[in-house]
Design a protein around this ligand. Structure first.
Ligand code: ZN
Length: 131
């Protein structure tokens, strides 16, 4: 089963997409299998990280911006090489296990679409596959 979602990313941030993933799994009716969450963008990514304390994603952004500052030697004419770097680090997808109709996530884990080049309308896909 294949599902498409969009979101409006107004600022650089980690957007919690766990509710949409749970919804896609529920709609699919698949009890045991896997779900692939994929983002078809070059300046946004998908990651799994803490979903309990909002300070964690706040601190992740600070860390990423310290690790990937803009540099005069960058050549990319669009001027958003730092966004490309951060998106590559996060990756474009995540794969999660589905057991008993639910995603197998740790207590503190959530799925995020990571926006690094706002404002943009972003799309992500969820493919749910039965075992
Ligand atoms: Zn670019």
């Amino acid at each position: 089963m294949f599902y498409e979602y969009t979101l409006s990313a107004k600022r650089e941030d980690f957007y919690n997409i766990t509710p949409q993933i749970r919804e896609a799994i529920a709609k699919s009716g698949i009890i045991n299998g896997i779900a692939v969450i994929y983002c078809p963008h070059t300046t946004a990514g998908i990651t799994i990280n803490e979903n309990a304390a909002p300070d964690v994603v706040h601190d992740l952004l600070i860390g990423l911006n310290k690790a990937f500052p803009d540099r005069a030697e960058f050549r990319h004419g669009e001027g958003n090489s730092t966004a490309h770097l951060k998106a590559s680090l996060m990756g474009s997808s995540a794969t999660i296990i589905i057991e008993n109709g639910k995603p197998v996530l740790g207590t503190w884990q959530g799925l995020y679409l990571c926006e690094f080049d706002p404002p943009r309308n972003r799309t992500f896909y969820v493919k749910v596959i039965s075992e």
